[in-house]
Design a protein around this ligand. Sequence first.
Ligand code: CA
Length: 257
Amino acid sequence: MDGLSIDFAAHEVLIRATKFMRVIRFLLVFPVLFISTAGAATVALWTFESPNVPSTITGTTISGLAPNSGSGTASGVHADTTTVFSSAIGNGSANSLSANRWAEGDYWEFHVGTVGFVDLQLSFAQRSDNTGPTNFTLAYSLDHTTFTTIGPSFFQVRADNSGGAWNSSTPNANTSQTFNLSAINVLENAPDVYFRLTSIFANPTAGTSRIDNFSITATAVPEPASVALVALASLAIGRRKRKPRNTRNTRKGNEKN
Ligand SMILES: [Ca+2]
């Protein structure tokens, strides 16, 4: 082996080492990007605490209530124009969303987008005063027109005199509701999802009902951009694996010469 061949071999070792380090860098960087965008996440959470404490409004509608984390809007709609929407003591917190004057069909509504999320989990707390509504339905809609009831035909909201009382320091577990929505695939990766809690209390009442800690969590899936980057990284690694064979062929060509 002459001096030229030794120099060439040393040069190729250097090239291969450099390529190896590039592959390692891809493996280290891109899986981190991939993993960092997957996992449990909050789609939206309304605690109704500062700076999103509901204002006092008299009328049929309160709307545009921002969540304390995530994004979306909450609203309330009643038939009675003298309804008062306001904040009141929450479930172990200072504030919740409250309304009086409930008729059958009055509701709380929560609007979110779930693009990038799968396997939704829903939880919230509700309580009523002793004359407030105690039976609600939970339903979802993707178009704000057709609503589909989830789970049981209705669930019970406890009144103060049946273990439902709230104070500002200790959450009352009796008043919490949880719904595993992971099997409802149409709720996943949807630009608009509406959840509605509707009173089916038949007799109109001046009583109040409150809601707090409305939480939508889900599994975050990688955004298309991240998936594309991972695919790109795989391609790059594949190319780097094939390249040394070409280099070897070139060397053989050189050796023949
Ligand atoms: Ca609260």
